[in-house]
Ligand binder design. Structure first.
Ligand code: ZN
Length: 874
């Protein structure tokens, strides 16, 4: 797409370049004096005055910025144009593509002298912080990275950046040219083009001629799912640390090649709000350094200067905190950068014009002016302190390597029988440039045990994964691995707990001392396919305990291989196997002919799982392979509900799971068309969280129940379980609300100070906290797990144990592990059902009250969800 546009554009460019070459020579000096000396007072000079050769966005696009939204293809055209005009001051890199095939671009802009030795500047930086070996040379420009439009419908960002690009490349702009002498600026003009185009295309279709500022007008009512997220409806500004989305993976790969000293992330918030810049709100994560905190103020002061001069409204120190590590400000912060978020009042509701409740009209032009000014103020602040910023960055990395933060020096993750999970974890660590090794010998050490929260003697075995904190990325490791993150203030608006060992479902220890390690990967980790050569084995056996096992199953089902699984534990040829183990017998797969073995081996290799060939169907304990308790696993026809009323992120996580993680076909149904579904075509229907009142009225709910009775399987997640709870024929029931009893006992409970309303509300909240769920792993829903599972709980789940179903996962007493939970919720979460299974007629209903697929980073929940889809009710 991009190439095509470029070719077309080059013809146009020749003409435009020629046209302006004449005046280019005459005007620069005069214009510099007239226009750019006035920057401090008027941060956004009218673009049409700037015509000394380089075309402004207005001249190039043919319309004034702010009078319409610029299409992504036109943003790309302008980038190409700028590159053609200023090849000595700009580089342009296509660093990846989105799920919908749009190019992701990074512009690098600096003074010609810097651009000439760009590679040296880049590698010098990495050498100075220990991520590259060798001696750095003297050159030390500061590296600043600006990101725009990570939320697609916060569409002002990619407009403002066009003016920023122009200002940086305009040789007549004395200020920017001075900054660029000591600054390398990296600009990502559109982090989320799929989301942005979803918004821009829609707005173009529905906006009134000349726009309608009335908030009730259609152009201010963005339809589901809105342009904020990416293709799979993930919030890319929650994905920096987990890197589950293509856009983030590409972006982090290039970020890590640079390791910028500053990262600024441009956003929008409610159109009723004014403008937000640093300093950020509390809580700050405790590992944010004094210098990083100080720079929050420096950057705030520099913005304030311009916002005050223009009499623009703004606020600081509220709402936008620095705690959850996966934002565009926090993740760079834990990578040593100074980083900040900018928020303009606007977003997908604001359109081109919007009448606020105060009566004044917010325009896109104003929004552009604010983000443009903040961008330049940021660059000015960092350029003015370039030496100090580079020096502090270097100090940060030196401290990480010699005196890392926190109580623990080493994290150890048990590797035995967890090879697939360890492999996926090491891939994740590689992406983050986190170094690791493997335990050199077996030893018993005092350690914090993640499984029970106790410090006790822990057996570290040879080949366990070892991560020492004495390395460049120590702070990031500490933040991602620490068992519990210290919260200085509970008013934060994202999850409060995320420790990687829980997220991966790995047994782990945190140790105060060192652990002897080798860097050589053990064969069990590197070799993904170690199938002994056996001539025509009777069957292949595959263990069932990871996402990779699900990928393997999916691959086999896609090749129509007949698969079975054992309901009981068994022993075969001196190996012990747990319930859920897959058994692929030659018998029953005659249709594959002589390709049987190759198909199985290729699938195992692709998924990275180990399979064991057997010579017999006889087992020394458990049920023989021909037994009826070795169940046939039918390939299900699966559908997910999407559309208005459904949680877009909840749906997106399920969609991404099927298409991108296990590669299994799934049909997405629009919730509004459920009444017209041909039920006999469906085996599994998945209800993501959402508001189901309008989607499942009695008539349609009855159809769903009839379908279940005839053998269908309904899987309800999060708030969908709440909708079904208490309804006729559904076994799930909410616990009685005891609040009124408490108030009868103590009526003073009602006397809450108005000024503390926000604070008293949080006693009713659980903010992404980790709990230990007690599992019945003899039930298919919990196959592959031990007797406990660490869940990330985000709702005050409050269900009775079922009397007419299987209580597969429950929260008992004292099962809290980490994160913030309000006092009221703590009580509710005790003795509640989390995972349940009910049989109804010939069919099944699975209740999953938490979200096992949260942001695709809660890897530990993926097998549970896979069990619900593939194992339960077979
Ligand atoms: Zn945003």
């Amino acid at each position: 797409m991009h190439q095509f546009v470029t070719a077309l554009q080059s013809k146009l460019l020749k003409f435009q370049i020629d046209m302006f070459r004449g005046i280019k020579l005459l005007l620069p000096i005069l214009l510099t004096i007239i226009i750019h000396s006035g920057y401090a007072q008027t941060p956004l000079p009218s673009p049409d005055l700037k015509s000394a050769g380089l075309q402004s966005p207005e001249q190039f696009l043919g319309y004034k910025l702010g009078t319409r939204f610029t299409r992504h293809a036109d943003i790309l055209r302008y980038l190409d144009y700028l590159l053609a005009q200023a090849p000595d001051r700009m580089k342009l890199q296509n660093y990846g593509t989105t799920y919908e095939g749009r190019p992701l671009m990074l512009a690098t802009i600096s003074a010609p002298a810097n651009l000439n030795q760009l590679e040296e500047i880049r590698t010098n930086n990495l050498k100075r912080i220990g991520l590259l070996t060798g001696q750095p040379t003297a050159s030390k420009p500061v590296i600043a990275w600006l990101s725009y439009n990570v939320h697609g419908n916060e569409a002002v960002s990619s407009e403002a950046v066009l003016q920023v690009l122009y200002d940086l490349l305009d040789v007549n702009n004395a200020k920017t040219q001075q900054w660029l002498q000591k600054t390398v600026v990296l600009i990502d003009p559109c982090v989320n083009p799929d989301g942005r185009e979803r918004y821009v295309q829609w707005y173009g279709q529905v906006a009134a001629a000349g726009s309608n500022a009335n908030p009730i007008a259609r152009e201010h009512q963005e339809p589901w799912p809105g342009g904020r997220p990416n293709h799979y409806l993930f919030d890319l500004n929650r994905d920096l640390a987990w890197q589950t989305q293509k856009e983030t993976q590409h972006r982090i790969a290039v970020y890590n090649q640079w390791m910028p000293h500053l990262h600024a992330d441009f956003h929008e918030m409610s159109p009723e709000a004014s403008y937000y810049f640093s300093p950020a709100a509390k809580p700050f994560h405790e590992d944010i350094t004094p210098w990083q905190r100080e720079f929050q103020n420096i950057i705030g002061d520099n913005n304030r200067k311009y916002f005050d001069a223009n009499r623009w409204l703004y606020f600081t120190r509220e709402t936008y905190d620095l705690f959850y590590p996966s934002y565009g400000d926090t993740w760079p912060t834990f990578n040593g950068a100074i980083a900040m978020t900018y928020e303009q009042g606007g977003s997908g509701r604001a359109g081109l014009t919007y009448t606020r409740t105060s009566g004044d009209t917010l325009t896109l032009t104003q929004r552009i002016a604010h983000h443009h000014t903040a961008s330049l103020a940021t660059l000015e602040a960092v350029a003015d302190r370039s030496e100090k910023v580079v020096q502090e960055f270097q100090k940060y990395y030196q401290r990480n390597q010699t005196n890392p933060p926190g109580t623990y020096q080493t994290y150890v993750l048990k590797a035995k029988n967890e090879e697939a999970k360890i492999r996926s974890l090491t891939t994740y660590l590689d992406r983050q440039q986190i170094q690791y090794g493997f335990a050199a010998n077996t030893n018993t050490l005092m350690a914090f045990n993640y499984a029970n929260g106790k410090t006790e003697g822990a057996k570290i075995e040879k080949n366990d994964l070892v991560i020492s904190l004495r390395q460049p990325k120590a702070t990031l490791i500490k933040v991602l691995f620490e068992p519990a993150s210290k919260l200085e203030d509970s008013l934060t608006y994202d999850i409060t707990s995320w420790a990687i060992p829980y997220a991966y479902g790995l047994q782990a220890y945190a140790i105060k001392g060192k652990v002897a390690q080798t860097t050589a990967k053990p064969a069990t980790i590197t070799q993904t396919n170690t199938v002994p050569s056996t001539d025509k084995p009777y069957a292949y056996v595959a263990r069932w305990n990871s996402l990779q096992d699900l990928q393997f199953l999916s691959e086999l089902l896609n090749h129509n291989i007949n698969i079975r699984y054992s309901e009981k534990a068994f022993a075969s040829e001196e190996q012990q196997y747990a319930p859920g183990t897959l058994i692929i017998t030659r018998a029953g797969n005659e249709q594959t002919g002589d390709k049987f073995d190759a198909l199985i081996k290729t699938a195992a290799e692709k998924a990275g799982v180990q399979i064991t060939p057997t010579r017999t169907g006889f087992v020394s304990s458990g049920a023989d392979f021909g037994s009826s308790s070795v169940r046939y696993l039918k390939k299900p026809k699966v559908a997910i509900l999407a559309g208005s009323g459904i949680s877009s992120t909840g749906f997106g996580e399920i969609w991404h799971f099927f298409e991108q993680q296990i590669h299994f076909p799934v049909t997405v149904l629009d919730a509004q068309t459920l009444g017209r579904v041909s039920w006999s075509d469906l085996d599994v229907l998945i209800l993501p969280g959402g508001y189901y009142g309008d989607i499942l009225p009695e008539l349609i709910l009855n159809q769903v129940k009839d379908w279940v009775r005839n053998g269908g399987k309904l899987i309800a997640l999060e708030s969908a379980t709440g909708f079904l709870a208490g309804k006729k024929d559904f076994a799930l029931v909410s616990k009685k609300n005891t609040d009124s009893v408490d108030i009868k006992k103590n009526p003073y409970k009602l006397l809450k100070p108005y000024g503390e309303s926000e604070r008293s509300a949080i006693s009713e909240q659980v903010q992404g906290s980790i709990y230990r769920v007690t599992l019945d792993n003899t039930h298919p829903l919990a196959y592959g797990y031990g007797t406990t599972y660490f869940a990330l709980i985000q709702n005050a789940i409050n269900y009775q144990f079922m009397t007419n179903g299987w209580n597969v996962g429950v929260l008992k007493k004292d099962t809290y592990a980490s994160g913030f939970v309000g006092a009221q919720v703590r009580k509710k979460l005790q003795d509640t059902l989390i995972l349940g299974h009910q049989q109804l007629g010939q069919g099944d209903i699975v209740y999953m009250a938490d979200n096992p697929l949260f942001r695709a980073f809660w890897h530990n929940g993926k097998l549970l969800f896979g069990n619900a889809v593939f194992m339960v009710g077979q």
